[in-house]
Design a protein around this ligand. Structure first.
Ligand code: ZN
Length: 429
């Protein structure tokens, strides 16, 4: 839910006390509030990013364009371990990268569980997380560092895990890499992340920290956090999303299409509709299946169109330097596997992305991409998520004729092999 934008940016400061009560899963909100409280420059930098974000939101609403560019984010995973179990395997790390990509690209199989009223808001990004294959000196790397430590459980306040001198591992260049630390954290915290508005004032500590047994898929993982969604949640923070309840009773998450919510749903899985028609919510209740709530891993499965737009503003704003990072070098050979690319991801120079024009159209939309003559399916849904037309085994470019349909917004899912894309079309006769 979006409230009065700029005035409310720092309202979370007033709710630190409330946040403490619900801080066990994730400390990102409370740590961000502490930074704002202690630094005028941090306030100014966050306000600057927020102004830019709202301009992007406004421009996107006008143009209705879909970002087609694939953005690769080089990731370095710093494993900081005190026991053999904490020295997690390469395959556990690869599984986490794969989960991040599925969730961010909207390819998570459990998206079928999204309630129909929220399905039109189910969004997808063109973000791809890849283990870095070049270190800060330009040498080849696996994108994984391993550091033995005497620290049995890291204190989230001291941030020792991010400092060589304190038994941790100092970040790689935060303008080129997403730093992820995997370690034992004291207390019951699963993870925390820094927000992009704090990059200028808190850059040395920029990144994401995840508890070693809530990271990726592994037999050592425990409780309700076995599907790698702790990292999905934290990486969304790192890309400037707030908790869906706005860290306050019916608070503001700066996103217009997420329903208001009075507090987190903690480590459970409510039934839809949840908490409908309260003083805070409407008839559809809460979007508890959103990655920015606190439900268990198996219950969360979506982010909204508005959250996706906010994230793109972060990528093109405070985190824009990642787009030209030298930390990941794309292969020109689509079949090659570069050093460090142990994520199961086939590197493709031209990942399929679909384009549509004209948009808006009076009836005929031309859909195309770079892969010609490949069997493609096209499914058209209305704003309620109902399928209104479906075409299989078509070839690109494809002329989609919606001239007999009513004016309005349509969602078109285009599938080609394992690739899927969601297009938003506007029909105006
Ligand atoms: Zn969080």
């Amino acid at each position: 839910m979006l409230k009065k934008l700029q005035k409310c940016l720092f309202i979370t400061l007033s709710f630190i006390g409330l946040s403490i009560q619900a801080q066990h899963k994730c400390l990102s909100g409370i740590k961000h509030a502490e930074i704002l409280k202690n630094s005028q420059l941090a306030k100014e930098e966050n306000q600057k990013l927020e102004n830019y974000t709202q301009k992007i939101v406004s421009d996107k609403a006008k143009s209705r364009t879909q970002a087609a560019e694939v953005i690769y984010i080089p990731v370095v995973v710093h494993v900081v371990y005190n026991t053999p179990e904490q020295n997690i395997s390469d395959s556990q790390i690869a599984s986490q990268i794969e989960i991040l990509n599925k969730d961010f690209e909207g390819k998570n199989a459990d998206s079928t569980a999204i309630p129909s009223v929220f399905k039109p808001l189910f969004s997808k990004t063109n973000i791809k997380f890849v283990l870095a294959n070049r270190d800060p000196d330009g040498n080849t790397t696996t994108g994984i560092t391993r550091t033995a430590t005497n620290v049995t459980a890291f204190n989230s306040s001291t941030e020792a895990v991010k400092k060589d001198a304190d038994g941790g591992k100092t970040a790689w260049d935060v303008n080129k890499y997403m730093n992820m630390w995997v370690c034992s954290i004291d207390g019951t915290t699963l993870g925390y992340a820094t927000l992009p508005g704090d990059l200028a004032t808190n850059g040395a500590l920029d990144g994401v920290v995840i508890r070693y047994n809530a990271f990726g898929i592994a037999s050592i993982n425990e409780g309700d956090n076995t599907l790698g969604r702790t990292a999905t949640h934290e990486v969304w923070h790192w890309l400037n999303l707030s908790h869906i309840w706005g860290d306050a009773d019916c608070g503001d998450d700066f996103v217009s299409d997420t329903p208001p919510q009075s507090k987190p749903n903690e480590s459970n899985c409510p039934t839809f509709p949840n908490n409908a028609n309260t003083s805070c919510t409407g008839a559809n209740g809460e979007m508890f299946m959103n990655y920015m709530d606190y439900v268990n891993d198996a219950c969360m499965n979506m982010f909204s169109v508005g959250q996706g737009t906010r994230m793109y503003a972060a990528i093109n704003g405070a985190r824009a330097s990642l787009k030209t990072s030298t930390g990941y070098v794309l292969s020109t050979n689509p079949n090659s596997s570069l050093p460090g690319n142990n994520t199961g991801i086939v590197v493709k120079k031209n990942a399929p992305s679909f384009f549509v024009n004209p948009n808006p159209s009076t009836g005929i939309f031309s859909i195309k991409n770079t892969s010609l003559n490949v069997a493609t399916s096209v499914v058209v849904k209305n704003v309620f998520g109902n399928i209104v037309a479906s075409f299989s085994d078509v070839k690109m470019p494809y002329s989609l004729d919606l001239s007999s349909f009513s004016d309005g917004l349509y969602f078109v899912e285009v599938s080609q092999n394992e690739q899927k894309d969601l297009l938003k079309l506007i029909l105006i006769h």
